[in-house]
Design a binder for this molecule. Structure first.
Ligand code: GTP
Ligand code: MG
Length: 459
């Protein structure tokens, strides 16, 4: 299908130990001959076994050395793309890699488009589309867990779940079609059985969709804003969670003037955590802007950590700030529990924050931090934690296909004894088509283009 040979720098720009220029196409190993002089005379790249490295030099058209390199070859079809692949390991830094690439391009190679190597792998049947998407997820993974889920997808785990569902739908479809085609011999389908099977598929789809939502949290991460009145210990909590002294902490109210953000990993969930300026009425110009920014951060956050100070008790200021938080995802933390004097009791807490998770602890003495992390995990995965423990990585595109499939299966079930048999067949067909999009069987060209455009050049 592809006639031309492609090349790109596959390592990120900037200085590094080595950089890799990757080539793919049919016969590209032979095409290296004029470009590469092996250290040991008499060896030709094409004569070397697949999956070996050869030391030598990339040379220009006058035989001058461009860089000393190690060249890896992978012969078709046992390569990433399924074509002949050459990987030139040159010296790190952008100049050697660029000069090697220019040399290759001058010899007739074309610069690869973003994701073109992976696209060729897909077109040559080395990967299905969900595996190709997993490759992007691995590149972008922000946590170990996100990466592990993507690895599973790459190894084709999702595929078998989907194939299993498709199989179930095909069987139901066959039962319905038999009744349409041979009404006299077969009669009506056994509605109870069809209903039972549809129900089974629905619950499998439900747990897949739930797992997809969970995976989204692990893949995309969440943002958390720490808020509360001045001096409750917001910056101290940020520093404790980050395990470094990022934000300035003093006993002076109004220390933090701006939103300070950083990234942490809470039980495998990538979290952007934001420390905000304590919200209060102020005449100070700088603090005023800080307070305004705090409000915006709180509005934008997926989850708000609302801090109280056990030493001051719950004050009018606390109530005022709390009334400005509009998300449902709130965790209340009573801070400074290490102090002897406690002015916040259980009853007033429960009365003021019914139904919200409440943690008692100390940001400074690191008490209750485990509990806080557990609470964060629970809250962001709430309603999505399945007892089935199904763990999969699903892209947004795949999730929308799953949801469409679920709707069509629901329609089939609801219309079961009333709708004409042909209509049931149409709904089932729609469900099967949606599932086919997940594995790429029914994907349109534009959709495929969109997927690969998310890749970087050289992948
Ligand atoms: N005893 C005790 N003191 C704490 C604790 N957490 C914070 N503090 C103290 O409370 C004071 C204020 O802490 P910060 O973290 O600066 O408070 P903040 O909420 O960021 O304050 P602003 O930036 O002014 O809004 C400091 O003196 C901290 O040492 C705690 O858990 N226990
Ligand atoms: Mg602060």
């Amino acid at each position: 299908m592809y006639e031309d040979d492609i090349a790109a720098i596959s390592t990120p720009p900037g200085e590094g130990g080595i950089a890799i220029v990757r080539l793919s196409g049919n016969g590209v190993i032979e095409k290296m001959n004029p470009l590469f002089r092996p250290r040991r005379e008499g060896t030709s790249l094409a004569g070397r076994p697949s999956h070996t490295l050869t030391l030598g030099w990339i040379i220009d058209d006058r035989g001058e050395i461009i860089d000393e390199v190690l060249v890896g070859i992978m012969k078709c079809p046992r390569s990433y793309t399924g074509e002949d692949v050459v990987e030139i390991n040159c010296h790190g830094g952008s100049l050697p890699a660029r000069r090697c690439l220019e040399r290759v391009l001058s010899a007739g190679f074309r610069l690869a488009e973003p994701g073109e190597f992976t696209r060729r792998a897909y077109l040559n049947g080395r990967l299905d589309i969900s595996q190709a998407e997993a490759v992007i997820d691995i590149i972008r993974a922000k946590s170990d867990k996100g990466m592990r889920l993507a690895q599973q997808q790459l190894s084709g785990m999702n595929f078998s779940y989907i194939a299993n569902l498709e199989d179930g739908l095909t069987r139901i479809n066959a039962m319905i079609e038999a009744s349409i085609d041979f009404p006299d011999e077969v009669g009506e389908p056994d509605y109870d059985e069809v209903e039972g099977r549809l129900q089974e598929i629905l619950s499998k789809l439900d747990s897949l969709i739930n797992a997809a939502r969970r995976a989204e949290v692990y893949r995309e991460g969440i943002s958390i804003a720490i808020c509360g009145k001045p001096n409750v210990g917001k910056s101290t909590l940020l520093n404790t969670l980050l395990r470094k002294e990022k934000a300035i902490v003093t006993e002076i109210p109004g220390t933090t003037r701006d939103v300070i953000e950083d990234y942490i990993n809470v039980r495998g969930i990538p979290v952007k955590i934001m420390d905000t300026a304590g919200i209060r009425f102020t005449e100070d110009q700088v603090e005023k802007i800080g307070v305004e920014r705090s409000r915006e951060a709180i509005k934008a956050a997926d989850l708000v950590l609302f801090l109280l100070d056990v030493e001051t008790g719950i004050t009018a200021e606390d109530r005022e700030i709390f009334s400005q938080i509009h998300t449902q995802n709130i965790i209340v933390m009573v801070n400074k529990e290490d102090l002897i004097e406690k002015k916040i009791d259980e009853t007033s807490l429960k009365g003021m924050f019914p139904g919200l998770p409440i943690i008692r602890g100390s940001a400074r003495e690191e008490i209750g931090i485990d509990e806080l992390e557990e609470s964060i995990e629970k809250l962001v995965l709430s309603g999505q934690t399945g007892s089935d423990n199904l763990e999969i990585m699903v892209s947004t595109r795949q999730r929308s296909a799953l949801e469409r499939a679920r709707q069509q299966v629901l329609d089939t079930r609801d219309g079961l004894r009333e709708a004409p048999l042909d209509c049931l067949g149409v709904d089932l067909g729609g469900a099967m088509e949606a599932l086919g999009e997940i594995t790429g069987k029914n994907l349109k060209e534009e959709a495929i283009d969109r997927i690969f455009h998310d890749f970087c050049i050289g992948k």
